[in-house]
Design a protein around this ligand. Structure first.
Ligand SMILES: Cc1ncc(COP(=O)(O)O)c(C=O)c1O
Length: 362
């Protein structure tokens, strides 16, 4: 069968590829920097630079790998209920918050429906909406990267289903104020507040869930708990939404290693939250250093990254200079962010490396 014949069988809206702009692979990074892969410093995906804690790695030994995981996620949901203070029936875990974004599309979005997000923001909302054959309406954030609630309200029509709002937002790091969330909830759409960076910000709207059946709060273990590779995320939402998602999810969506890691994270959370404190300290250190540099500014952040703005050609120079030292940060194709780099907060040594490169340039 030829490529053209295969394409005729495909869903028409997926024939033209539109690859998700993922970061380059570690091997590509190493080749670009001219160093071995283990020398690369990844400050481009907001990962946890300390790696997984040994206690979590130890929990992955001797797992019943030949058995399917629990489709009802009973232990997971109980542990998360204890952690979040919400009853287990308001909680559902997924293979990262990414999977939960996709599941929400499956539940609510039919072809031709409209999905709203607020640019610049996390790319997966657009990615999953495209697969669902939805129309994505990106309502631009204002000059301070705050959400424009009135503009969102103006976009609402009978085909609009979901609004995705990250808080802290990636890549800008700012929070969605609660009063804005409340105004948006009144629209009667599904309002998804993506709190993937919650442990860094300490700010949440989860207490609004019991009163608002249309609110979904997303969380993740990728960043603060350092297990991005195992894919663990969860949502807090009304039992109505959770039960419907249980009905349509892949039964074994959270694998046994992910489950064991999640439960171990809950047991050792004090230690992992201490690492969060160290990262917040390193973010403050970067902010302080940037404050004293000409031509460098940043968006105040509540997360483990800093959206940094450079005057003139400094962003490109900085990116290239960092690559030469084996350090990768995140540049953007969005013209609004052409002078920006998103720098994930690293270990104290990694932060020193970034600041050394920058002070040589400025
Ligand atoms: C705002 C936001 N939501 C969700 C995710 C994905 O998280 P997970 O690894 O849990 O799928 C990310 C990852 O960068 C993110 O920045």
């Amino acid at each position: 069968m030829s490529q053209l014949q295969i394409q005729r069988l495909m869903r028409p809206h997926l024939v033209t590829p539109e690859a998700y702009a993922t970061a380059v692979s570690p091997d590509e990074m190493a080749a670009k920097a001219g160093v071995s892969p283990d020398m690369i410093i990844r400050l481009n995906q907001n990962e946890n630079p300390f790696g997984a804690a040994p206690e979590i790695a130890a929990a992955l030994i001797d797992l019943p790998l030949h058995l399917y995981p629990d489709p009802n996620q009973s232990k997971i949901r109980e542990a998360l209920a204890e952690y979040t203070g919400h009853p287990a029936e308001q909680i559902l875990a997924g293979a990262g918050s990414d999977e939960l974004i996709d599941l929400l599309m499956r539940l609510f979005v039919a072809p031709g429906d409209r999905v709203l997000d607020c640019k610049p923001t996390f790319g997966m909302y657009h990615f999953c909406a495209r697969i669902a054959d939805a129309e994505v309406v990106s309502v631009p954030r204002d000059d301070a990267f705050e959400v424009d609630v009135e503009a969102i309200a103006r976009e609402d029509d009978e085909r609009t289903k979901i609004v995705f709002l990250a808080s802290p937002n990636n890549p800008t790091g700012n929070i969605l104020p609660e009063e804005q969330a409340l105004r948006l909830l009144k629209l009667g759409l599904v309002i998804v507040v993506d709190e993937t960076y919650f442990e860094f910000s300490g700010q949440t709207v989860d207490h609004l869930v019991p009163e608002h059946e249309n609110l979904v709060v997303l969380r993740s273990f990728s960043k603060w708990a350092g297990i991005a590779g195992l894919r663990v995320g969860y949502m807090i939402a009304s039992p109505e939404i959770v039960n419907r998602l249980v009905d349509i999810k892949n039964p074994y969506n959270v694998n046994v290693a992910a489950e064991a890691a999640l439960l171990a994270t809950m047991r050792h959370r004090d230690k992992l939250l201490q690492r969060v404190e160290v990262l917040l300290e390193q973010r403050r250190r970067m902010e302080k250093a940037f404050d004293s540099m000409d031509g460098v500014s940043y968006v105040p952040s509540h997360a483990n990254f800093l959206l940094t703005r450079f005057d003139d050609h400094l962003a490109t120079d900085m990116y290239e200079a960092l690559v030469r030292k084996g350090v990768f940060v995140r540049p953007f194709s969005d013209p609004r962010l052409s002078h920006h780099l998103r720098i994930s907060v690293g270990t104290p040594d990694q932060t020193s490396r970034v600041l050394d490169v920058l002070s040589e340039l400025v």
